[in-house]
Ligand binder design. Structure first.
Ligand SMILES: Cc1ncc(COP(=O)(O)O)c(C=O)c1O
Length: 401
C-alpha cells in the first residue's frame, strides 16, 4: 500500500471508465486535427425531441428552480407508475419509485443499499463497464458467468445455478444488453426465474435502460414474474429512449423497503435530481412514443448496414444483436498479429487503440466489459459516418499480418 498517497484504497482500486477514456482519447486526437469517427460512446446521436425541450423552458419560466423532493416530484413519479403499468404491465405504487441523476446513480445506490462487504454479486459477462466497479465500491465481490458469441452472449439457468453460493446476494444484468445488444425472451427470463425461486435470498437488478431499442419483440421485464417481483430492482431512465443523456434523469422501481433505503441514501448524498430535468421527464412520458419509435427505426436501419459491413471483413465473427445500439464482434483472430510498425496486437484494448490511431475510429476494447475476445462498436452515428468507419476498420484490419 502507498502510505504517502492521500487517496483512499477505495478510489485507488477503482478503474477509470473505459468508454469515457476512449471517448477522451478520440477527442484529444480530434483536437489535433484528426478526422475521428467516434463509435465509442453509448449515446443516441439525436437531439432531445422538441416537446421535451419546450417543457424544460416552461419549467424555468415557471420557476421550477428550487430543491425538489429527494425521490422526485410526485407528478413525475406518477407518470413513471403510469408508464410501467401501460407499457410494461407492471403495478407499482408511487412510494416504490425513486428518481435519480441517471440510471447510473440508481444502479450505484441500489448496490450500496443491499450489499455488505464480502457479499457476492453474479454478473453475466460481457456486462456494462460500471457494474463490477460499483460492486467494488460497495466492497462486494463480483462473480462472473462468462458467455460468448456462440450463445448470443446469454446465460443458461444451469450456469446461473452453478454460480450461486450461500454468499450470493444479488444478480445484475441488462436486457437489451450493453455491450452485446442481446435480448432475453420471456421464456428465457422465466427459466432464470425458476432458479431464483429456489434461492429467496437473491435480489435481482434488472437494467432496462434500452427497453425501447428492441428489434425483436416487445420488451419483457423480469419484474413481470410475481413470484420474485418484490426482489427485483428495476432500473430505467430517459437517456437512451428519449435522447436525454445530458439531462441526467433515471429512476428505480423496487419494494417499498428498498425504495425507502434509496431515498435515504440519496437524501444524504445528491438529494433530488435537477428540477428542470424532472419537468422535462414528465413531458417525455406524457408525450407519447412517436419520437422514440422514429429513433428506433433509424437504429434498425443502421444495424443492418453495420451488420453487412462487419460480415464482409475477413476473420471478424459477428452476431446480429436484437436490441440496444451496439455490435460486439469477436476479433480474437487478430491477436498475435503485427501492425506496420511491428507492434503486436495482444488483446482487445490494443486493437481498439490501433483502430483509433491508424483508422481514426474510436471503439472500446471488450476487456473492460469482461470479454477480451471482442470490441464494442456503437452504431449511434450517421449512416455516412458508419459506412466510412467500417471501410476504415476493414482496411486497417487487413494490414495486420
Ligand atoms: C446498461 C446501461 N445502464 C445504465 C446506463 C446509464 O444511463 P444514465 O445515462 O441514465 O445514467 C448506461 C449508459 O450507458 C447503460 O449502457
Amino acid at each position: 500500500m502507498d502510505t504517502t498517497s492521500i487517496l483512499s484504497e477505495r478510489i485507488n482500486n477503482l478503474s477509470e471508465s473505459a468508454t469515457l477514456k476512449m471517448t477522451k482519447l478520440g477527442r484529444e486526437l480530434a483536437a489535433q486535427g484528426a478526422n475521428i469517427i467516434s463509435l465509442s460512446v453509448g449515446e443516441p446521436d439525436f437531439n432531445t425531441p422538441d416537446h421535451i425541450k419546450d417543457a424544460a423552458k416552461k419549467a424555468l419560466d415557471e420557476n421550477y428552480t428550487r430543491y425538489s423532493p429527494v425521490p422526485g416530484y410526485p407528478e413525475l413519479r406518477k407518470a413513471i407508475v403510469k408508464k410501467l403499468k401501460e407499457e410494461n404491465g407492471l403495478d407499482y405504487d408511487i412510494s416504490q419509485i425513486v428518481v435519480s441523476t441517471g440510471a447510473k446513480q440508481s444502479l450505484s445506490n441500489a448496490i450500496l443499499c443491499v450489499i455488505n462487504p464480502g457479499d457476492e454479486v453474479i454478473i453475466p459477462t460481457p456486462y456494462w463497464v460500471s457494474y463490477s466497479e460499483m460492486v467494488n465500491l460497495a466492497e462486494g465481490k463480483s462473480v462472473f458467468i462468462n458467455t460468448s458469441i456462440a450463445s448470443d452472449f446469454k446465460i443458461t439457468p444451469q450456469e446461473l445455478e452453478n454460480a450461486i453460493t450461500e454468499k450470493t446476494k444479488l444478480f445484475m444484468f441488462s436486457s437489451p444488453c450493453n455491450p452485446t445488444g442481446s435480448v432475453y425472451s420471456k421464456e428465457e427470463l422465466a427459466a432464470l426465474v425458476d432458479v431464483f425461486e429456489k434461492h429467496p435470498q437473491i435480489y435481482i437488478i434488472s437494467d432496462e435502460i434500452y427497453e425501447h431499442i428492441n428489434f425483436k419483440s416487445k420488451h419483457e421485464s423480469i419484474a413481470q414474474f410475481e413470484s420474485i417481483k418484490d426482489r427485483v430492482i428495476l432500473i430505467n431512465g430517459f437517456s437512451k429512449s428519449y435522447a436525454m443523456t445530458g439531462w441526467r434523469l433515471g429512476y428505480l422501481a423496487a419494494s417499498k423497503e428498498i425504495a425507502a433505503a434509496n431515498d435515504k441514501l440519496q437524501g444524504q448524498t445528491t438529494s433530488g435530481t435537477c428540477s428542470i430535468a424532472q419537468r422535462a421527464g414528465i413531458a417525455a412520458y406524457e408525450g407519447g412514443l412517436e419520437s422514440v419509435h422514429k429513433m428506433k427505426e433509424a437504429f434498425e436501419r443502421r444495424r443492418s448496414l453495420v451488420y453487412d459491413a462487419l460480415r464482409d471483413i475477413p476473420d471478424v465473427k459477428v452476431n446480429l444483436p436484437e436490441g440496444a445500439f451496439y455490435f460486439f464482434p469477436d476479433v480474437s483472430a487478430f491477436f498475435g498479429r503485427k501492425d506496420e510498425d511491428g507492434n503486436i496486437i495482444e488483446n482487445s484494448s490494443d486493437l481498439a487503440l490501433y483502430l483509433l490511431n491508424k483508422a481514426h475510429v474510436a471503439t472500446v476494447g471488450g476487456d473492460s466489459f469482461g470479454n477480451n475476445d471482442c470490441i464494442r462498436l456503437s452504431y449511434a452515428a450517421s449512416d455516412q459516418q458508419l459506412i466510412e468507419a467500417l471501410r476504415r476498420i476493414k482496411t486497417a484490419l487487413g494490414k495486420l499480418k
